[in-house]
Design a protein around this ligand. Structure first.
Ligand SMILES: C[S@@+](CC[C@H](N)C(=O)[O-])C[C@H]1O[C@@H](n2cnc3c(N)ncnc32)[C@H](O)[C@@H]1O
Length: 310
């Protein structure tokens, strides 16, 4: 389905970016919790997608950081901190306990910044907070040794994408690492939102896919001899057919619309058809198939980390 005919430049108070921001608030907490009952898996898999301890040590070496100097990291669109929480749940960062990792938080939502700050524990040490969008990040801020954005930039306005990518790349110090993880075009997050826009709202700005963001990072990095290396993760969120409350909350968060009940979703044009296709009666679950693009931004000459990890 081609979404290019949908207006991508809506800036009204009810389009994708505005509804995303409204939902990253205390009022959206219960829906957020229903969502993460299943979507925490996204971050558990990212925590295993690379050997993070060694990957961050290689950054320290390229940046020639002294033994006691903390690595500086910027978490773009930190959300509620599910990625650092997933990293902390494993024994993956022991090499960084001594010097620590200065962990800066960027998000336009003060709620998100407070939530993410609450999960940080050694080696992550809370650093500066930037209550702003990525595209509006002051270009003179930073740079950081590591800049990452995990499941972060779906609601970014397409006309601000290149500026956001430029700011992301400018924030990476020479020799540093950029890391992006975002649902790709064939995956559940983009497909369910597309069906919702088509079948329920009639118009609106589609979510940005990982490919679009990685392409923009590639354009931004070219002038600095930075290479983008890509890798896809495929897996499913499985939501029990009979857990209607969780299913409704999960889907409302995927759509940033808590006014639409599950009953309405199931019979809506396009959206209902999409959801029916995800139903597996025999297994007793909805299967929501994820395709997540992971991309590293690294100096030319540093080998792709995915060859060994795949
Ligand atoms: C799904 S959360 C990110 C999850 C997070 N990476 C984690 O580890 O839990 C998405 C976040 O993106 C933020 N956001 C939305 N648009 C943004 C933009 N243009 N720039 C930066 N952050 C944005 C939202 O406020 C929200 O907190």
């Amino acid at each position: 389905m081609d979404l290019s005919s949908l207006p991508a430049d809506r800036s009204d108070d009810d389009d994708t970016a505005a509804r995303s921001l409204a939902h990253w608030s205390e009022a959206g907490r219960s829906e957020m919790e229903a969502f993460y009952a299943f979507a925490s898996l996204d971050y558990e898999l990212l925590a295993r997608a690379l050997p993070w301890d060694a990957t961050l040590t290689a950054v320290r070496d390229r940046r020639s950081l002294g033994a006691g100097t903390p690595l500086r990291l910027l978490d773009v669109a930190c959300g509620s901190g599910k990625f650092p929480a997933a990293l902390l749940a494993g024994p993956r960062l022991r090499d960084h306990l001594e010097a620590g990792i200065d962990y800066a938080l960027l998000d336009p939502s003060a709620f998100s910044i407070a939530e993410a700050a609450g999960v940080l524990a050694p080696p992550f040490v809370r650093g500066a907070a930037y209550e702003t969008t990525l595209e509006d990040l002051d270009p003179s801020a930073g740079p950081w040794d590591v800049v990452w954005a995990t499941h972060a930039l779906y609601a970014l306005r397409p006309d601000r994408l290149q500026q956001a990518a430029d700011r992301f790349v400018a924030a990476i110090a020479p020799g540093g690492l950029g890391f992006l993880a975002q649902g790709a075009g064939g995956g559940h997050y983009l497909r369910v939102y597309e069906a919702f826009l088509r079948g329920v709202r009639g118009s609106g700005t589609p979510y940005l896919g990982g490919e679009q963001v990685a392409d923009a990072l590639e354009r931004a990095g070219a002038a600095r001899d930075l290479r983008v290396h890509r890798h896809h993760l495929h897996y499913e969120h499985r939501v029990p057919l009979d857990d209607l409350g969780l299913l409704e909350g999960y889907l409302q968060r995927c759509l940033f619309d808590d006014t639409l009940g599950l009953d309405e979703m199931l019979v809506a044009p396009q959206l209902g058809t999409y959801l029916a296709g995800c139903r597996d009666e025999q297994a007793g679950v909805y299967r929501f198939a994820q395709d997540v693009l992971c991309a590293t931004v690294l100096p030319e000459g540093v080998p792709s980390p995915w060859t060994a990890a795949s």
